[in-house]
Design a protein around this ligand. Sequence first.
Ligand SMILES: [Fe+2]
Length: 435
Amino acid sequence: MSFRLPAGFWKSFAQDVWRKQPRVFKNVHEGRLFAPPEELFRIAAEETAHLARTAGARSDFGCHISLGKAMIMQDHIRLMPAEGDGSFDGWAARLSREEGREGFMYYMNSAQRRSPLLFQRYREFTEGLFEQIGLPSWKVSTDMFVGDYPETPFGVHKDVVDNFHFVAAGRKRMLLWPYETLLPYVKEGVDARDIDYALQLRSLKDIREQAIVLEGDPGDLLYWPGHFWHCAEGTGGVVATSSCYIDLMYSPLMGLSDVVNAKLRPVEETHPFTPYVPGRHQELAGALPERLRDTTRRVAQGLKELVDGGLEREMELTWLRYVSGGGFLRVPPPASGVVLDEGQALKLVPTSNLVWRDLASGELGCAANGLVETWPASHGLRQTLQRLSGGGAHRVGALLDEAKEELQGSGVVWSRERLREVLTTLVAWRALAPA
Ligand SMILES: [Fe+2]
């Protein structure tokens, strides 16, 4: 059953609430819990196990733990929710037992990457919103906040994102203030309207009374526009929320900077020290190291490749990811170990947004669920994608038997094996499922 909300809900939301005012929507999915705490706990524990395996060396999720106003950088893996805790309540109980204190906050960014279930639900949810306001050219992502903290550790702040907050466990309370009302607390000369900004307040004492208070229980949805100042307030016990945010200051092209950075990598290679004689700088100016010239040449060559088409290709692929991911660029990775069963019938998962387009490079880019792949353009590939997106059940063996080899120059651009590769990829992307 879909987590899409009725068109009427989104119509009035777009008209009266979006970017205008905070609001609580009680029991939005009529008794069904959008973000089950068990799923949130599962992905938190999975990420902790991953961090423990890599000794905390690398996380794509920006997880962290805070106590009071401090973010804990050392020893944070031990303090994170772990499988043995059984639940967020178990995790909080362990912390107060072992640390002798309460008030921890656990945060995870891009949580949808760890959970195909949440990713699917968030896309069903945002689908109706985007129908009203358009697909933002901004980043859409989700995060999670869990803890028994008395106040948001980084205090009263505003963001350049709009927030949808689903309560998963406990009672969530948010305090909000319209942008203009707290301007006296903003540092002089700062225009905070279009930036993330946290106020440096010692306590909420002076402003608590003017706050707009939003409260939600499991199943409720809280919304606030990013330009409202906000801060969570504890309600006793552990509160878990899953939130979706729409970034107002992000371009889908931002991902391209990684591609450019990869080309700049030779600059970071180790270079020998240059012999140095104090006072003889004019001599040194004339002796530019050959190695430096080489590196520059290689970087220039790499950047030229980007300018000559590489960057355009990346932009096209990013666009396909964006469209098929419904605005989400960070998505669950493909399932591993997929083996096609020729006797099985497969059908398209309509919410996977299977799409394709001809790239300027001459290849065909194909994407679903925010994942993208390129193959040589061929009649067979186009026909297959068209057939699959037309719906219906397709037996794998029958599809493979129909594949007619196509050649281009001396290369094979379509074959039974290529089709097998395409189908396996689509199953791993969760775009094809057993019929
Ligand atoms: Fe915030």
